[in-house]
Design a protein around this ligand. Sequence first.
Ligand SMILES: Nc1ncnc2c1ncn2[C@@H]1O[C@H](COP(=O)(O)OP(=O)(O)O)[C@@H](O)[C@H]1O
Ligand SMILES: [Mg+2]
Length: 257
Amino acid sequence: MSSVAMQSETIAAGSNTAELDTTRPFFSVRDMHAYYGESYIVQGVSLDIRKGEILALLGRNGAGKTSTLRTIARTDNPQMRQGEIWLDGMPIHEMSSYQAARAGIQLVPEDRRIIQGLTVEENISLAKVAPGNGWSLEQIYESFPRLAERRTQEGVTLSGGEQQMLAIARALARDLKLLLLDEPYEGLAPVIVHEIERILHSIKPLGITTIIVEQNAVAALKLADRAVILDTGEVAFAGTAKEVLDNADLRHEYLAI
Ligand SMILES: Nc1ncnc2c1ncn2[C@@H]1O[C@H](COP(=O)(O)OP(=O)(O)O)[C@@H](O)[C@H]1O
Ligand SMILES: [Mg+2]
């Protein structure tokens, strides 16, 4: 493939501002296999995302979406036994979860993991302790005015939507390159979903790349550039989000919408 030639063409065509390279995958998973003990769950998943894109990772309950995100974040459970994960030229598959986080991969799990006994601001400040160039408190409060209003409130007392915002804010406080969101809209009112969509959209031009797992497939597809549908741990479809929205058969078969 002449990806190097295409890449240099992009650089030559661009200015010296933060031009996004749209030719080469920024994040790439190659034939990834992972197990919980002897249970074989992630069965050869591959996917590519360009810098600043949003990928919707969809599929029925139990399809392996959460397990795929955990494997990418290099958690021990499930354990990856085969495959490669590349982020911006870095071999993530050779890293521990701690190293992957330092390399810029931040997983926001379904339960959000807000730390009990700490205020909103303390939750963010604790995330900032990690090395690297994350967002400042000022930048975070500018993008999340609700968090600014509640900065001295205990994090776990926030509404579900505000906790989701806090979880995303914590990821932004670290050196974030790839954001992994597991069901971020679950249980949230439409108005809060829109606010989170606005934030996810606004970080795209900064080059932050996102994988969003959502049961609300329509909302995720409207936000996303690309879509991957999983079925029993394998990729059943990979293409653009629009292709899924336009394909009723695909939606019926795998997403029940
Ligand atoms: N900790 C675990 N130990 C063993 N099996 C698990 C564990 N977590 C999930 N599984 C199994 O892995 C499969 C995929 O689950 P999961 O990745 O959570 O799917 P999804 O997020 O798409 O609903 C399911 O069959 C589930 O029962
Ligand atoms: Mg899940």
